[in-house]
Design a protein around this ligand. Structure first.
Ligand SMILES: [Zn+2]
Length: 320
């Protein structure tokens, strides 16, 4: 039995989960916590906040083996540095992220993309349980994703799962990645809200629920775009499970019904009855749980930044 800590560093909140992992049984979430990110205070303050939250949340339990740190964007896994983190204020490009947290905690820190972390959490403890081949899509401010092959999170040569930057409208709006018509720009929260004539996507979902036709059409438009991308993923990977998470997925069947229709329409050569399409189950703490699981499952253990401090052999009470 080992204890792992996961931290999900988001633009608004830092969430933490402590997970117990025992060979042969399902991982168990021992505790969760959350606090505001306050990224305007700068990277250094944010990273110390991450370390303190991990420390405090894990304190009542056995000393952890490792920490997984979920990030809202791209990073250099080998160097443990930031690459593109647009939702965090301040300059994160090239900045050491894993190192300072590892040093403070005296534990290995593994970085993972937040959508990939959510995918892993849903695979082990949520709507993806038992899946062999799975595609996960997270619909929020941006559109993220993750891929599971043979029951394991699949990263390819680094960042597999970037379904948000697959093309659904070849001449569509310019995306932050430099391409045109990425799913991210068509089905992100801002695009849905704008199309619905609402201030936020939450307002758009509420309006759609109360029968507003424009809001319903906006959700349906987004669902069709997601369905086009997932239809392509389906014929490419032949998954047995698709999991849809993120704040926009709160729309429930208003989103899922047209999404299922579109996948069935697009994935013609695939036996659609073999596919289960489900909403994510673990809620906002999924990313933190997945980050903890990643610190256990990550294959490149020799890439983990080495901790500088060491815990005494008695361990108790002096986690960090
Ligand atoms: Zn893009």
């Amino acid at each position: 039995m080992t204890v792992h800590v996961g931290v999900d560093l988001g633009g608004t909140n830092v969430k933490c989960a402590v997970v117990e992992i025992d060979a042969g049984s399902e991982p168990r979430v021992l505790a969760t916590a959350s606090e505001p990110t306050r990224s305007q205070q700068g990277p250094e303050a944010v990273l110390m906040r991450v370390a303190r939250l991990a420390e405090a949340t894990a304190a009542p339990f056995d000393p952890p083996q490792a920490v997984g740190l979920g990030l809202p964007g791209h990073f250099d896994a080998e160097r443990g540095t930031g690459v593109i983190l647009p939702n965090l204020a301040g300059d994160w490009v090239g900045r050491p992220i894993a190192g300072p947290v590892a040093e403070r905690l005296g534990l290995p820190v593994l970085l993972v993309n937040d959508a990939r972390a959510l995918t892993l959490a849903e695979l082990r403890l949520g709507a993806g349980r038992g899946a062999r081949t799975m595609v996960c899509v997270t619909l929020g401010t941006g559109v993220g994703g993750g891929v599971v092959i043979d029951g394991r999170l699949h990263l390819g040569t680094g960042e597999a799962g970037e379904i948000g930057h697959t093309i659904v409208e070849p001449d569509g709006p310019v995306c932050g990645c430099g391409n045109r018509g990425c799913l991210d720009r068509v089905a992100g929260a801002g695009a849905i809200a704008a199309r619905a004539g609402c201030a936020t996507v939450e307002d758009a979902i509420a309006a759609a629920r109360s029968g507003d036709l424009r809001a319903r059409a906006a959700l349906e438009h987004a669902a069709r775009a997601v369905g086009i991308a997932l239809g392509g993923a389906t014929v490419l990977l032949w998954p047995d499970r698709i999991v849809v998470g993120g704040g926009v997925a709160e729309a429930g069947e208003l989103l899922l019904a047209p999404l299922r229709r579109e996948i069935a329409t697009r994935a013609r050569v695939y036996p659609i009855d073999a596919l289960t399409i489900a909403s994510a189950e673990l809620g906002p703490v999924a990313g933190a749980i997945g980050a903890a699981l990643w610190s256990h499952e990550a294959p490149d253990t020799d890439l983990r930044p080495r901790p500088l401090a060491h815990r005494g052999s008695d361990g108790a009470g002096d986690l960090l």
